[in-house]
Design a protein around this ligand. Structure first.
Ligand SMILES: C[S@@+](CC[C@H](N)C(=O)[O-])C[C@H]1O[C@@H](n2cnc3c(N)ncnc32)[C@H](O)[C@@H]1O
Length: 336
């Protein structure tokens, strides 16, 4: 579920790094946007190539510390912004030769190990899950949303079979006490009829709450749209995903913009409609046996990419419509 997972040797491990570098080919120079800087694994590798520039983003202010160290060595080739990648269009990038935009979704090892973030069911304490620049926490969600809303979050974002019982038991329990991490894990344990011995009982509900709190579906959709706008002709848009819903969104986005007439009818420069992307391969790239043995948690990673065929910025996409059920669920957070 997370890319920057520590390997067996307890070192930082940027997932699918070799494959990503081979696809975006920084040896030819140009400007790259790393939308999920994290520990800077991808950015550092790109900056190793001369004539490259990196604009890196991360919603977590903790990443700024690593970015500041990097700035000491690459002052004129590296910029870091503490913003969400859905706001990519706010960067003033008009004249930049953007050759690649990359996303490595989810959270980092440092984040899951940070008790203040409250991402893990092993941490006791506040049920937080905010990666940064959020408006509400997981504690707000489980203590304030109604039963049906909680059920939908667990079902749609976690594919949790017992979503209904867990939501009902949360409502019953919260009239007696505040639901924190420990209480939530107890409720989930009590609600699950079938025990799974391979994965922790709370895995799916915790994933669902993390997606909800960070609005990960809307973030991804707007991140993809805005990344496509800033890319130059020949530029690569690449995304590493860690669960099936993310992968479904990325797959749909690339497929729809490489098969249909996706360049905007409203773009004055367009005489003849064409597709926006060239999809070189339909199947995702997955970690090699070697990577899996060094870093087993990378097993859920999937890397998809597409190449922009034109310099047009306007295009038609129905992606928001396609995933509107999920966006509606994320919007329950607006009242918190
Ligand atoms: C898996 S880590 C990236 C690791 C990075 N590729 C590396 O090698 O160090 C994902 C990062 O994306 C950040 N992130 C997640 N959603 C984001 C969003 N919507 N906008 C900006 N950053 C985001 C997280 O804070 C986290 O630091």
């Amino acid at each position: 579920m997370d890319a920057t997972i520590v390997s067996k040797m307890q070192k930082h491990y940027p997932v699918l790094l070799k494959e990503i570098i081979s696809v975006i080919s920084p040896q030819h120079g140009g400007t790259f946007i790393d939308c999920t800087f994290g520990q800077g694994g991808y950015t550092k590798k790109i900056l190793d190539f001369k004539n490259t520039n990196v604009i890196a983003l991360d919603r977590d202010i903790e990443s700024a510390k690593i970015a500041n160290q990097l700035k000491e060595n690459f002052e004129d080739r590296f910029i870091f912004k503490n913003i969400k990648f859905s706001e990519l269009n706010n960067l003033k990038l008009k004249n930049e030769n953007i050759r690649g935009v990359i996303f490595d979704l989810g959270y980092s090892y440092a984040q899951i190990k940070d008790p203040k973030k409250g991402l893990s069911f092993d941490n006791s304490g506040k049920l937080n899950m905010q990666l940064g620049l959020n408006s509400y926490s997981a504690e707000d969600a489980v203590n304030k949303l109604d039963e049906k809303e909680l059920e939908k979050i667990f079902k749609f974002f976690g594919d949790e079979k017992e979503a209904k019982y867990i939501a009902r038991n949360i409502i019953n329990e919260r009239s007696k006490k505040i639901i924190d991490t420990k209480v939530l894990v107890e409720i989930i344990d009590k609600s699950k009829k079938r025990k799974n011995f391979k994965v922790h009982n709370a895995t799916k509900v915790f994933q669902a709450l993390r997606i909800f709190v960070n609005k990960e579906i809307s973030e991804l959709i707007h991140g993809l749209i805005n990344a496509t706008k800033v890319l130059k002709k020949g530029g690569v848009l690449g995304v590493v995903t860690f669960h099936s819903l993310e992968d479904k969104i990325v797959k749909y986005f690339f497929k729809s913009l490489s098969e249909n007439e996706s360049i905007s009818r409203y773009s004055p420069a367009v005489k003849q409609a064409d597709t926006l992307f060239n999809l070189i391969r339909k199947k995702p790239i997955i970690p090699s046996e070697e990577e899996l043995s060094e870093n087993p948690p990378s097993r859920s990673a999937k890397f998809r990419y597409a190449i922009k065929k034109t310099d047009f910025y306007n295009f038609d996409t129905n992606i928001e419509d396609q995933f509107k059920n999920y966006i509606e669920i994320e919007n329950y957070g607006d009242k918190l």
